[in-house]
Design a binder for this molecule. Sequence first.
Ligand code: MN
Length: 602
Amino acid sequence: MSRVYITDTILRDAHQSLIATRMRTEDMLPVCEKLDEVGFWSLEVWGGATFDACVRFLKEDPWERLHKLRHALPNTRLQMLLRGQNLLGYRHYSDDVVREFVRLAAREGIDVFRIFDALNDVRNLRVAIDAVKEHGKHAQGTLCYTVSPVHTVAMYLEQARDMVDMGADSIAIKDMAGLLRPSETARLGKVLRDHLDVPLFLHCHATAGLAEMCQLKAVESGCAHIDTAISAFAGGTSHPPTESMVVALHGTPYDTGLDLGLLQEISAYFAGIRKKYAQFESEFTGVDTRVQVNQVPGGMMSNLAKQLEEQGALHRIHEVFEEIPRVRRDLGFPPLVTPTSQIVGTQAVLNVLTGERYKTITNEVKRYLQGGYGHPPAPVDEAVRRKAIGQEAVIDVRPADLLKPELESLKAEIGDLAECDTDVMIYAMFPEVGKAFLSERKAGVLKPEPLISPLTVAAPSPVAERIAPTEFKVSVHGETYDVQITGANLDSQRNRRFYITLDGVPQEVDLEVLSGFSRTVGAGGRPIASKPGDVVTSMPGNIVDILVSEGDRVAAGDGVLVTEAMKMETQIQAPISGTVVAIHVRKGDRVNPNETLMEIEP
Ligand code: MN
């Protein structure tokens, strides 16, 4: 029996890769009956980014989404992507939290857990695999595929064997970046097929235009499971189109048996849905073979592009892409997948935007170099490590071995805001954003981020006399939103025009015109940096900590603020020695480059 089975990614990775994970549950449910009829081996529906986007942007309870999908898809296995000991968050959790999370996900409807560790450090999969087995679900061990001098077929086989020994029911090759080449896929697939007794799955991205060929080669070498995406959300940094693979295999010994007509109906539905999310469209929807050089996965490309665009630095993305392989080498060639893609990506952005490599080092890079994520695949650059952690010791044990049980303390911290056990996990995964979500829900003020098309503008909110407005009330689909146009967007190459009504007179406002007004006061009301002692951030982000008070003496290089950008924390250092004379930020403030966050006088 050589039939090929399809896992469709439309409800998770496809929209994560192409529209920044913004698809809402309301756009999934109407087509679930048809999706359930197809006979997919599984539907991938859940993962770290979908959970994050639900809480952060869509203001949906991700558990409620899962619950609804479970009921709407009674006949199809539901699959999720789990970051091993990191679960769906960005740090290592204690074993009791890992077990609790898996218990709840299994209870709420997940059948198949695809479990990976960004470094392929199999020690970080053990507890999750164990927990999945305990609840009688399918535990899939995952090899994060990358290319480096140390990543050989023999290394992948050894890692896969360790996962099977731990109890994995199947093995997935996860090529998150589109790095696989057809002949390499055949070679790797054959070796794994010949030496393992469990089913083999292939998850590969279409970024470089090679994915369909890789899948065909994999199928021919004995891989019976492939991941595809309904064609309306296929290609680019997403996956091979489901319909095309169904056609390609039809009438061969590998026939999927799926109904092409039904798939086409589903695709027509999603083609309509995609238009609604035009503002989130990835810059990379065609074929981009640069990934074969810079090894940047699709999701990471669109995130970096969005991040750079926010500060008008999109034109520097190619420098960032060139810096990424260098940072990766310094860090011992980690595969680029969450969280290592953010760790490497953010550091590369800092190395480019600050104009000096490792002038600023994120806290996550420090933790990584200390062994806090597990064993890097190859030795790290010692000079960079010393610069990051000084003489501090490097740990060699499984990082979670150093963690005490924390489930009870998490429950205590979130207290009454958590109305049920799944609420605790929302907080555990995203302490700040999750807590804000739960508070807003309690207050009944949850509001999804607006979709900006079609756009109509009502009256502006009161603005200071003779200063161009930066705050608007914008009504979209009948709902009114307070919108701030931040200074960071003013230099964007995109020609954005807003139509506003001032004193009853509609007028077109060109953002270039507004930029003239932002030279002395930024959008956050903070002065634009002009003196050597003005503390600024190199990336837009949020203030997570303020390390000094007014009147404190600081030396150049002392940490004064901690910001979070792209989910990575960065310490901002005093540019000069002197006295802190003014602090213009509070915890939680959104800040942009060029704004003075703090003033230090010599
Ligand atoms: Mn993927």
